[in-house]
Unconditional design. Structure first.
Length: 123
């Protein structure tokens, strides 16, 4: 059996027609049980991009405003604290109202406190 070099194969490929190359590919597929088809990648479903902000924040009461009683009521409703504990929390401003809450819940808490007259920050 004669030895065929890489150069011989490359020379044949340079001179072969498209039909010759197609026949060669078919013969290789049949003989070796392979396929020359490019693998098709299955694209994963594209999900909506998440906002690039933090996923959880700490809600901090930074200022009470003029309506301290309304702020205390809002803090009680948000935290479930009793009247005395809620008043102590409001009096110790700036104070953490809730820690590590999802951003949508934090926005809801902020809305309630701002409606009561307070100033709120996220950390």
């Amino acid at each position: 059996m004669a030895t065929i070099t890489k150069e011989d194969i490359l020379a044949y490929l340079d001179e072969a027609t498209i039909l010759d190359l197609n026949d060669l590919v078919k013969a290789i597929e049949e003989k070796y049980g392979v396929t020359a088809a490019a693998p098709v990648a299955v694209a994963a479903p594209v999900e909506e991009a998440e906002p690039q902000g933090p996923t959880s924040v700490t809600v901090v009461l930074s200022a009470i405003g003029d309506t301290k009683v309304a702020v205390i009521k809002a803090v009680r409703a948000i935290t479930g604290l009793g009247l005395v504990d809620a008043k102590k929390l409001v009096d110790s401003t700036p104070a953490e109202i809730k820690k590590d809450v999802p951003t949508d819940e934090a926005e809801n808490i902020k809305k309630q406190l701002v409606e009561a007259g307070a100033t709120v920050e996220f950390k």
